[in-house]
Write a protein of this length. Structure first.
Length: 283
């Protein structure tokens, strides 16, 4: 006990009643003293309001622009074909049973359209703004050229035939695997792989040109080419008609005229049944 009292006497200089009271007075003063009121100047208040209005207006303008840029058009064809002029002046010729989706206004960096089915494109040249066709499984990129794309819905196969210029073909999920095709070349993308293929034949673009050249072609193949070219269904009533051979040229004539020509050549008759044309032998 004596040792404890001696220790307190020796350390007494560390504590002072006056010091404690001074700290208490200071704390009380800090707690009750009000902070000085900061009055904004006229200029800072006006500038803040103008800035706020500008931010709102810019936000609205950006939102409206985004709505315009993201608004799209969708063209669908069934048993007919259609020509579509795109926002940049490029032209797409849609075959039957096809669908083309594109924005009402292309964005500043590229021109992207989406295709299901078949279309022939004549693209307006723009070196700084590539034209891109996206299908379910492939991407075709050009700057300005003409080419045909066949990409049936649900089929993991895309065909590209280049009429003019240069086109790149790549899988939609692997842009590094690019196949470059030039005028007259035919490319395939199947099972995620791209490759060059042999010329598909003179009648490959007949659906768009309506020019046909048949050289000793069997009638089955003839009717398949015509069905594809005119977005219809031409059927042969019996298997015996399939191997009949045709050598003929047609240049932008109607399907009705071609059917009459086939009937006269092979002694056939035609019957219309809905969207089908049935060819049968004359008894």
């Amino acid at each position: 006990m004596k040792a404890q009292n001696d220790f307190l006497k020796k350390t007494g200089y560390l504590y002072s009643k006056k010091t404690d009271e001074a700290w208490s007075d200071l704390l009380n003063k800090m707690e009750h003293e009000e902070a000085p009121e900061l009055k904004p100047s006229f200029f800072s208040s006006w500038a803040f309001r103008v800035a706020a209005v500008l931010v709102v207006l810019l936000g609205l303008a950006w939102g409206i622009q985004q709505m315009i840029n993201t608004k799209t058009e969708k063209i669908e064809t069934a048993s007919f074909q259609k020509q579509v002029v795109l926002p940049d002046g490029s032209v797409a010729y849609l075959n039957g049973n096809s669908e083309l989706t594109y924005p009402k206004k292309f964005n500043p960096t590229n021109r992207i359209v989406k295709l299901s089915g078949e279309a022939f494109f004549k693209v307006t040249k723009n070196p700084v703004k590539p034209f891109i066709v996206e299908t379910q499984s492939a991407r075709i990129r050009v700057l300005g050229t003409s080419f045909n794309v066949l990409a049936p819905l649900g089929a993991n196969r895309v065909e590209v035939l280049v009429k003019t210029g240069i086109v790149s073909l790549s899988p939609i999920h692997n842009q590094k695997d690019k196949l470059y095709l030039k005028k007259g070349e035919f490319g395939l993308m199947e099972a995620g792989k791209t490759q060059r293929a042999i010329d598909p034949g003179e009648n490959y673009l007949s659906w768009q040109t309506k020019k046909f050249q048949f050289k000793n072609e069997n009638l089955k193949n003839v009717t398949e080419v015509l069905s594809h070219a005119y977005a219809t269904h031409i059927l042969l009533e019996s298997d015996s008609l399939e191997q009949l051979r045709l050598t003929s040229t047609y240049n932008q004539v109607s399907l009705e005229t071609i059917i009459k020509s086939l009937c006269l050549t092979f002694h056939l008759k035609s019957n219309q049944n809905g969207d089908e044309i049935i060819l049968s032998a004359v008894n």
